[in-house]
Design a protein around this ligand. Sequence first.
Ligand code: 13P
Length: 257
Amino acid sequence: MRKKMIAGNWKMNKVVSDVPEFFRAFSSACGLAKDRSISAKVDILFAVPSVLLDACRTTASGMGIHVAAQNIHQETSGAFTGEVSLPMLSDIGVNATLIGHSERRQFFGETNQSVALKTASAQKAGFLAIVCFGETLEQRNAGQTEAVIKDQLDPVFDAISGLNNIVLAYEPVWAIGTGVSATSAQAQSAHEYIRNLTRSRFGGSADSLRILYGGSANPKNIAELFTKADIDGALIGGASLKPDEISSMVVKALEAK
Ligand code: 13P
């Protein structure tokens, strides 16, 4: 059975002084403060802005919570003003990252090719890479959802050396930050397609691959999403900023069959 993952994406929110109180409230609300074994049953991860990484890692790692970057550069060093490298992150004890979030693609020119390069570099460096992708509303309405997903994933599959340390995050663009989640049936249909696509490239190891759903996931819809066979967790934006909301999603993940 695949271990569920609840991953928060803080995007460009919060400051260092918010960090201790956030994790105090979160760990007490989800039960982690009293029972550390929770982190063995569900992977809990927060992807936070670079300047918050050190504070989050210091505060959260003792609780078994993983801390991730939101983006990385594929090169290890060099003249890339404004970028953060994998060795810089390892140096502060961070070994996980999001890659290819739709906001990176939309606002910062990330392409399927750059996502593939970054994923390969992250995997080589031993990082957990959470690779994000998903279709726009126009693409869905035009019946292109599966073709778009394939176009997004094929270059990644060409670049990686297997599925070790890879997590996929299906985030339909139309569901991100809109309050309109994909239905559990829509999400399952995409996840099943993604798993089959992965299986056709990597064989049986696709059965251990975790595929997260992201896009207006919240405490109200998460239990229903978790009834579906190929939904192994959630990547959560807005609700991850509120300790009571994301903690209740951890509890729902623990309760899921
Ligand atoms: P929301 O949960 O706010 O829709 O954001 C989803 C997301 O982009 C997570 O990466």
